[in-house]
Design a protein around this ligand. Sequence first.
Ligand code: AHM
Ligand code: MG
Length: 337
Amino acid sequence: MAKRNFVTIERHIIEEQMKHPEATGELSKLLTDLSIAAKIISREVNKAGLVNILGVAGGENVHGERVKKLDVFAHDLLFGMMDHGGQLAVMASEEEEGVMEIPPDKRVGKYVLLFDPLDGSSNIDANVSIGTIFSIFRRVTEGGGPGGLEDCVRPGVKQVAAGYVLYGSSTMFVYTAGEGTHGFTLDPSIGEFLLSHENIRIPKRGNIYSVNEGNYPYWSDGLKRYVENLRSEQSPIGKPYSARYIGSMVADVHRTLLYGGVFLYPADAKRPNGKLRLLYEANPMAFIVESAGGKASDGAGRILERTPEGLHDRCPVILGSADDVADAERFLREERG
Ligand code: AHM
Ligand code: MG
């Protein structure tokens, strides 16, 4: 018989909330609003291929309206969708230099939202998967006014929830509030995210590595040795690992969560802190991966324990199956001596 007991994301969020009788429902409302914003961004991303027909980004569309670039659209949409719910004190985005206060005419809440509105946006024109990443903290500043920089620049261990939306062959919303990582797939015919991946557990060991190998000349000897080991019959699985690199963090991390293995955007001679942003990319993904039983390291220690200095800090990233990440750390430790 066909399955009738569909679990929508709203229902799942409320059921999770009910496990905590002290919860006020504000985090639930925040996550639900984010899932609605995700549907709107998904709709626009799916139309991206039609841009030459409907109007070029930066130019005018058939209605004579200016067409925004998709990453700017996603940034504006997220701010506009999330500023009036009464749950947030302040926001920050990869697309904006400073923090974004809740406007004075809106109710101020106790949470803080950081986001990368459209990660991997250089892939859009080739129809390659892209994503939105978000991270939620509780505010630390006191008083009823808007929050500020010190509410945003916090170590990842303090996150209360994090998630991503993957705009791929289907659109998926994956989140954790610290108790398991759950995945939902958008059914476009009814416009709802339905629970498709309950309590994702990342395999302890994988057989895939994912890194931009074009940066090889700039890698440290320890990193070169680690990846060469994975490509050899002396690897931990006794045969070479497979290589997979999409170049869209959300898609690469999503595959790593489901299939296992290791994703790296390491430090190298050109980028001593790697490329990815600690607050918008590394921290939320680290929280998601750890909640699924994996590990996330900056090469020396846990990403979640790094103390950020500024909103746009970068951080080396090695995440995925616990045994694979531990191996990478060992090669890098041996090199440091
Ligand atoms: P972006 O924030 O400018 O989109 O860059 C982030 C993206 C990640 O999605 C991806 O992991 C990485 O850049 C790929 O970088 P590279 O092209 O150097 O391999
Ligand atoms: Mg990004």
